[in-house]
Write a protein that binds this ligand. Structure first.
Ligand code: CMC
Length: 438
């Protein structure tokens, strides 16, 4: 089979002419936005049937058309709805970004005020959710708690299954964005053996979250402004990242038309993994294992040799083949935070890892650069968050993106239940001749 005419990238209304050697078959496949439709491959005969594309892990397959987030991995560009991440992270609030992701435009003052009001007034959870969370062991991982609690919310709001009703969708989206910080903070307090702190409607989204985490006897908790600012920025950086593993999970599970609480619980489960959101926790564990800056060269050699299971956590990305723009912002933010609260004890190790990796041919040739997770853990640690809580912080922020993507998927007439094909490589038909006794 030969391709005789490949379309230039991003061309529209062009075509790919395919001829099948040894046959008269010649097919023109339409190329739109630089992509062919995989279903058009069925026009091409192959073996006993039609041609199928094989793409484990979606390395070169677009699963949707999306207008939410743009990434240029080679140039290190990230934009939400066209707005550069650098501008949003410096100037916008997280809830403004959450609105933008969902609606496509920045909110007017009136829209924003109503949005903030609605989110603020849905932060409480049913008292039974508290009891549910108290059933977890003292050493439960907070991501397990969060994932289960969000799935459980589906049973508290059964009308959320009316996903084709815009009002129900709106309410479920507000509830999810509003309650995630409450559930996350309750998980934290449970593990610490501390009483739960109820939401304070006089505080901003981020301040209220920090209050539910840290408040003790004071009548109103006042977070350090540098921590409020850092959290706001980190939430914005984590709010969406187009079709990553967890977003794909939310879209795939949501495509069965289950309620959004269940779909978001699937996203949290995907985010938990160390190759995805769990990497921020894994970075700090790796740095702790390295222990001293003098051990960095030996660790780098171990990673390069492929011995053991070591990877340089916080490095590499499926899409970014240059510096992750979020990592640049996080590094500058870390400097700001450390200036106020003191330098993290392991910063020296992190800087040395980054210095060696950025000049070592193994990493350079594979285009492995620091990703967003490389420095976030150190900021979170300076805020006294335990390591296993880092991914929970990521999940709170990503909920805004998951929901925007979920709704976009639902409203996209082209989408159907996600159901990939497979290439069967197992045995052919054979007779059952079981010998077990029951
Ligand atoms: N350390 C050492 N080698 C690496 C790393 C790394 N962190 N990442 C990739 N490589 C190597 C890999 O061994 C392979 O080498 P070779 O071609 O010799 O076999 C090559 O680079 C390509 O790697 P890949 O696994 O095919 O790349 P991928 O696109 O499937 O994986 C990744 C992307 C993020 C899973 C991977 O880079 C990784 O495991 N990074 C560490 C975990 C991490 O930091 N994850 C957070 C990602 S950013 C936050 C988020 O969006 O979740």
């Amino acid at each position: 089979m030969s391709k005789t005419n490949t379309a230039p990238a991003n061309a529209t209304d062009s075509s790919l002419h395919v001829t099948v050697p040894g046959s008269d078959t010649a097919v023109d496949l339409a190329v739109t936005d630089g992509a062919i439709r995989a279903t058009d491959l069925r026009k091409i005969p192959a073996g006993d049937g039609a041609l199928l594309s094989y793409d484990p892990a979606f390395l070169n397959t677009a699963s949707c058309r999306s207008a939410i987030t743009f990434i240029d991995g080679d140039k290190g560009i990230l934009r939400y709805r066209g707005y550069p991440i650098e501008q949003l992270a410096g100037k916008a609030s997280f809830l403004e970004v959450a609105w933008l992701l969902r609606h496509g435009e920045l909110p007017t003052q009136g829209e924003y005020d109503t949005w903030v009001h609605d989110i603020t007034y849905h932060t409480y959870v049913h008292e039974n959710v508290k009891t549910f969370l108290q059933g977890f062991r003292y050493d439960a991982h907070p991501m397990s708690m969060l994932c289960s609690a969000v799935a459980a919310l589906s049973s508290f709001y059964p009308s959320a299954k009316n996903i084709h009703d815009p009002e129900e969708r709106n309410l479920a989206i507000i509830r999810l964005i509003a309650k995630l910080p409450t559930l996350a903070a309750f998980a934290y307090r449970h593990i610490k053996g501390l009483p739960f702190v109820y939401p304070d409607n006089d505080l901003s989204y981020v301040e209220n979250f920090l209050s539910m985490v840290a408040r003790m006897t004071e009548p109103q908790y006042e977070a350090r402004p540098v921590f409020t600012r850092a959290t706001e920025i980190l939430f914005i950086l984590h709010a969406d990242h187009e079709q990553n593993c967890s977003t794909n999970a939310v879209r795939a599970v949501g495509s069965s038309h289950v309620d959004p609480f269940s779909a978001v619980a699937a996203g949290i489960a995907a985010l938990y993994g160390p190759l995805h959101g769990g990497a921020n926790e894994a970075v700090l564990r790796m740095i702790q294992d390295i222990g001293n800056v003098k051990n960095v060269p030996a660790f780098i050699e171990e990673v390069k040799s492929g011995k053991g299971s070591s990877r340089l956590m916080g490095f590499g990305h499926r899409v970014y083949k240059s510096y992750d723009p979020r990592a640049r912002i996080v590094k500058a933010l870390a400097d700001e935070v450390f200036k106020e609260v003191g330098v993290d004890k392991d910063l020296e190790i992190a800087l040395e890892l980054e210095r060696i990796a950025l000049s070592d041919d193994y990493f350079v040739s594979r285009k492995l650069y620091p990703n967003v997770d490389f420095y976030t853990g150190m900021i979170y640690r300076s805020m006294k968050f335990p390591m296993d809580f880092f991914t929970v912080l990521f999940a709170i922020a990503r909920t805004a993106g998951w929901l925007a993507q979920w709704e976009e998927m639902l409203l996209d007439k082209e989408q159907k239940i996600a159901r990939p094909r497979q290439i069967y490589v197992g045995p052919g038909e054979r007779p059952y001749a079981g010998t077990l006794k029951y």
